[in-house]
Design a protein around this ligand. Sequence first.
Ligand code: SF4
Length: 546
Amino acid sequence: MSNKEAGNSAQSPLADTHELISPEVPHGIDRRSFLMRSAVGGAAAVMTGCAPKPDERAATAAATAKPEAPAAPGPSEPPLSADLNVVLKGKGPVLTTVEEFYKVGPGPSSSHTIGPMRITYDFYQRATKLPADQLAKATKLQVNLFGSLSATGKGHGTERAALAGLVGHEPATVDPKFLDGLRDKPDQVFPVKLGSKSIDVSLKDVIYDATKGDFKHPNTMTVKLLAGDQVLLEQEYYSVGGGFIEWKGYTPPKKNDPKYPFRTMKELRTHADTTKTTIGKIMLANEMSITGKSEAEVYAWVDKVINAMVATVKSGLAMPEDDVLPGPIKLHSKAATVYKRAMDDKYQADRGIGVLSAFALAASEENGRGHLVITAPTGGSAGVMPSLVYGLLEVRKVDRQKVREGMLAAAAVGYLCKHHATLSAAEGGCQAEIGVASAMAAALTATVFDAPSLVVENAAESALQHHLGMTCDPVAGYVQVPCIERCAFGAVKAWTAYAIASNEIASRHRVDFDATVAALAQTAKDMNSKYKETSEAGLALSVVLC
Ligand code: SF4
């Protein structure tokens, strides 16, 4: 070896493969986890050219590796508790309503921001109802986050969302500037009025607790009102996906029977076909019978959701090119640039895919900024449906009434996935978020273009099928990489699914939607727990931030 080569080998991580692995395993750290993290960090450094020194890599690997465990952990976490409503619900007819399903709230994650904010707001309401003599003794409010909420909550801003709910903010009306203010000035203290008592709370009262344990749901949290060491009120809650929440002892609210009860897409389509109407109209009739609302009231809510989706795309596109999103990734926004290029006549042939991608990036980047988004079905996937809604309304200029019906057909797709599988990445990985969003967007598009019910089903099935198995591994726990680009791919796949479904002989489609939802549920159960929003694997492990 020449002197020059020898000199290079000292600097090149390719020169000696031992350089990829830090040999000393610190005491008390799981050896396999440490060596794997060290090796993956080294390999990623080679590929990215971002090469921390071996001792720096060792420190990072030690900091992020699991503590030594007495026995090797199983591949997936314990099953969800059988008494959770989110588990029981698959047995009866679908009773979800649009107001429950499409929720407006701050990003970046419906389960890690909107859910926890709803939970602490709920607890605050309960606490205000305690007898005056109890409240007079209160000294402290405390939130403990467990499981996935603890593992990836910091990247999602879960502690800020939880504090906001505790001080009386609701997701739909909270000013995102309040949450930005908490990020910029984390030491702020807020008085919470409970009867005649005022209790000071701050981010220090939100505790990132155990990430592993025998929890009823991976997104578990407790909220307590204390008088010194004495617990005046305590409640265990679960953020079960899509901003839905449950608590220990939860019973779902009583609802009226749906006019057209269904448990499956097959039953839903049978109602549409035998009454010679559309899936959207069947869903409208069910909304009216379950909630007692008039058609105008149901559509008024759907219009609010449509308008919010259009607004989120507009505000995302209006952000300056190259805006940098909050967080350690320092991710530059792309929406405005992708849109500009798509509208350039030089690239006219790419325009359709270009603008759809730009709209999805715009809404998803707004989610990454923690601004208001709409769960469809979740915050991480909040770019997919708005992309199609904006494209159809603002570019294709389709009839708004068609989009309203499309929103109801899309909701049916989301309800069925929630009913029989999951909308929670902590339960099922990204297939449950972007996969479901893409299926919903395909159903929306097919409905808007007056496709028969079988084509609506086939389009939704196709979009969902081609996301099966997709894992959730957000880098540094931030809903940015891979989430933002995934929304663009989810939107384009939705369009592709519609294009295929509307060009094939519908009856020749070989996979039905219900079978694909069953596959989604089974894949969710079998998926290794590391890939369920834990930031312990995949890109979260291999990407080196520098
Ligand atoms: S990877 Fe997918 S499921 Fe996970 S946070 Fe991102 S968008 Fe959500």
